[in-house]
Structures are given as C-alpha cells and as structure tokens.
Design a binder for this molecule. Structure first.
Ligand code: PRE
Length: 290
C-alpha cells in the first residue's frame, strides 16, 4: 500500500485532496509543507500532496520555492479542490459571536475570508496556525477560550465543532490547486475518474536581461500552438531583479512539441528544467462529502 504524506493534522484541505486521489493509501500527517516534501526525500512516504495555488490568494510561495531551491522531486500529478471555508466553534459559544476574542486559522484561509472577518469580527485578534485542521483542533483543546476557527466540514466533524457560519470565503469561485510529488510513482489518466487533462511544468532561466528575451521564450510555445495555463516569475534569490519563470503548458510530454520547445530555448542560451509532466484531476463537492 502506498504511503501519502500531507499537511496535518486531520481535517485539512490537503487531506481532502490526498484522499480524493489516493483513497486507499496510508495517510501520514506532517506539521508543515516542507516537512511533507522531506517525507518523500527521506523515504518515509512514497508521495506527498502539497498546495501550490489558490484562486483568491495566488501562489503558495513556500511550496513553489521549496521545490525550486531545496529539492529535486518531480511533480507527478495535480488535483484541484473546491475550497469552502466555514466558521467553526464550540456549541456552547455559538449563541454569542459578538463575544469572540480570537480567530484561528492558516494564513491562506484567513486571507480568503478577509472581508468577512473585517465585517463580523473587527476587534478580534487573528492567530495564525500551520493549517486549518490545527486551528480546529486548538479550539477543541481550549474550551474555555472565546475563540473560533476557520476550516472545513471534515475538521468540524473530526474535532466535534459546530459550523457557526457556512461559506465565509469572500469570493465564490474558491479553488486550490495541489500538486503531487514522488520519486517512485507514476500516475496515468486511468488512475482516477477525476482525470481532466495532462500538463507539463517548466522552469526557465533566461541567459541575461535583454529586450525581447521573454517574448522570444513565449514565441517558442506560441508558434507550436501550445497553450500556457500559467506563467509566474520567482526570485532566483541571487540578487534583486534576478528571476526565473515557471510555465505551465497544457500538454503532456511528447516526442516532438515539448522537446522542440526545450531545444529552441536552449539554443537561446536559456536553461530549462522540467519540473514534471503529469495528469490533472479535479474534484467536486459531492466527492468530498462522501
Ligand atoms: O490549512 C489547510 O487546511 C491546508 O491544507 C493548507 C491550505 C493552503 O496552504 O492554502 C490549503 C487550502 C486552502 O487554500 C487553505 C489552506
């Protein structure tokens, strides 16, 4: 049986993502995103599932930078999960939300609910936790505090909390994209009925800063009619203004088009690292509810 590592404790969105794609795997919970990735490097687990991008908050830079700078681990899959943030608390505190002193959650969950928090709890303190699951567990463990958490319905169930308010995220179309990394596993379109398409992610470093450099890079994709679904620049961490580009191509690795792009970019003196070519899965609320 495969072992899958993810951000714990029980009741995180990452657990939802991992269980949707690997329903029969043995789950291992880690305290942070880097430690779940290290779990694969240290061979404690076969696979790690980590968040990479949220529709409201943007990229999870911690994940991106850890994969770019700290480890060499291929991306073997992607899963997109709808994110429904709820206000969670103990039943005994449910009657008096005005009395709430502190709101606990993961920084991204807090950021997804900024407007709600400003309107409903203008004077409450925000306490950041390593995950939404950790916030929910904290509320359960501290019944005498006048505190609430932001998290999902799995966490409410796991820690015996009540959903005090449903769907408190500020924008309806809230989704998070998780990536799956592994050294010993290859996923295919047949792995799961949630399959949608294949993608390839490339990390490209330009040789130097000259006019039209990025245009040349992009034209290698455009004349081959390769659609890009994301382009992002991240600091190389070698000095101000030094960046590389991370580009998602809506196309799996093949024998002609992607190798052609790579050869063309290398001829332009760019360096290219393939971060992964992988199947994408997408889940809906009905699957989560099961
Ligand atoms: O705290 C969790 O539940 C997580 O799985 C982390 C995380 C994130 O890092 O963005 C995942 C999905 C949501 O966007 C909020 C938090």
């Amino acid at each position: 049986m495969k072992k899958v590592g993810y951000l714990g404790p029980k009741g995180t969105f990452t657990e939802m993502a991992a269980k949707a794609v690997f329903p029969n795997a043995e789950g291992h919970q880690y305290k942070t995103i880097p430690s779940s990735i290290d779990g694969v490097i240290n061979e404690e687990v076969d696979i790690a599932v980590v968040p990479l991008e949220n529709a409201i908050e943007g990229s999870v830079n911690l994940t991106m930078d850890y994969l770019l700078h700290n480890v060499h681990l291929p991306i073997i899959g992607e899963v997109i999960v709808p994110i429904r943030q709820h206000l969670l608390g103990l039943q005994k505190n449910s009657g008096d939300l005005e009395a709430v002193r502190k709101v606990y959650s993961h920084p991204h969950a807090i950021a997804q609910c900024h407007n709600f928090l400003r309107e409903q709890f203008p004077h409450a303190e925000i306490e950041y936790t390593n995950s939404t699951g950790e916030a929910a567990r904290y509320i359960m463990e501290h019944p005498n505090e006048l505190s609430v958490a932001i998290g999902n319905e799995l966490a409410a169930e796991e820690y015996g909390l009540q959903i005090l308010k449903h769907n408190i995220h500020d924008f309806e179309n809230n989704h998070t994209r998780f990536i799956i990394v592994s050294n010993n596993t290859v996923l295919t379109k047949d792995h799961s009925p949630l399959y949608t398409k294949h993608k390839t992610t490339l990390m490209i470093t330009l040789p130097s800063d000259y006019s039209g450099a990025l245009h040349q890079v992009l034209s290698a994709f455009s004349w081959r009619k390769l659609n890009l679904s994301k382009i992002e620049s991240r600091p190389t961490k070698t000095g101000l203004g030094n960046y590389f580009f991370v580009i998602d191509v809506d196309h799996g690795m093949d024998d002609i088009l992607i190798p052609g792009v790579i050869a063309e970019l290398e001829a332009l003196q760019c360096s290219v690292r393939v971060l992964g070519s992988y199947p994408c899965y997408s889940i809906n609320m009905n699957i989560i509810a099961k």
